[in-house]
Ligand binder design. Sequence first.
Ligand SMILES: *Cc1c(COP(=O)(O)O)cnc(C)c1O
Length: 427
Amino acid sequence: MSHFSYRNGVLHAEQVSLDALARQYGSPLYVYSKAALVENFSAYADACRKAGRDSEGALICYSVKSNSNLAVLNLLGQQGSGFDIVSGGELLRVIAAGGDPRKVIFSGVGKGRDEMKLALQHDILCFNVESIPELHRLNEVAGEAGKRARISLRVNPNVDAKTHPYISTGLKENKFGVAYEDALDCYRTAASLPNIEVVGIDCHIGSQLLDDAPLLEALDKVIELIDQLAAENIHVHHLDIGGGIGITYDDEKPVAIGDYLARLFARVDAWRKEKYAGAAIKVMFEPGRSIVGNAGVLVTEVQYLKHSEAKNFAVVDAAMNDLMRPAMYQAWHGVQTVRQEQNGAQVYDVVGPVCESGDWLARERELAIQPGDLLALTSAGAYGMTMASNYNTRGRAAEVLVDGERAHLIRKRENPADLFALESIVS
Ligand SMILES: *Cc1c(COP(=O)(O)O)cnc(C)c1O
């Protein structure tokens, strides 16, 4: 997290101290670094350029669900990003952020009719269809709207992503995509439907992958399928390999984006040369975590220190409703004191005020802290704020985007009145 570092003993986001930000905007507070976001996106964009691919040859569709703040979407859109959405709400976000709907792909196993209609009205690039019934529904909705829906099928290449079972999506027993063995049949059906236009193929095998071997294995299976389709005169114009590249939370060593993409493009190019006289195919990616994960931290203030016989607890003002990943996946986030070099470290569990034993943010961390001190939970940019809830009638945290020495409030803190504004008493 190179854009978050200590300066004069205080943790900064770029050139702004987290201490000053917490004083100005309160706590808990999500803080993102613009430079980190741009740098992480550029790792993908540069690798595409290096492989000789312009915007027709490759498209990076940022996974909106990982961090969907309008300012983040706007910034990535300006960098040329497309967007991978999983709901109609996310499409409206992309549009509100100035993103281009014609660079939007729509994933997800449960697309509703209204969501399909909305996406067709905005002429999105492609629906990533995940089942036969979805295909039929989309055909119907497109017919009613007088449109043809561009689709790819999300195939399940049945490779083991070797990641946490909750974030692995490419295995047989998974709810996502169509089974590899059924894919040909599904494509035949798709090709026969009047309001469907087959344009691509996609997969997404899991998340927080440190090694690109499973992704390249999935690529090989996708390539095999494209050849089988071509033999039946069903031609796809793009292949979408999904997202999933991991980040360093603790001491993980994820593959460098540039190396992964170089290997992937080399395989694709060799295959096109061998089988299609070098005719190009557009390659798409759906990265989320690897773009925003390490571009954000969650700042929280220590409220109380509780010492029991078995454990020391640091009760902080952030909780599982702000950062769900530890409670949900036993995920590990780094904990740094905003003020460096303090004495008297003890081992603490960092816990929140929510009334659940599962409400912990970090376990067994050596920290030198006093009530009132600020902590930063690191690598919190992805699946942090987007998974936040109002459990315990807690307003969601504010979000700030730092750009050099300037800080921009990009989402106000929710106040309690916001939380019950849509409710009414039965009289
Ligand atoms: C969540 C998701 C992604 C993004 O995954 P990361 O691990 O954050 O890169 C991409 N594609 C689909 C279909 C997803 O559901």
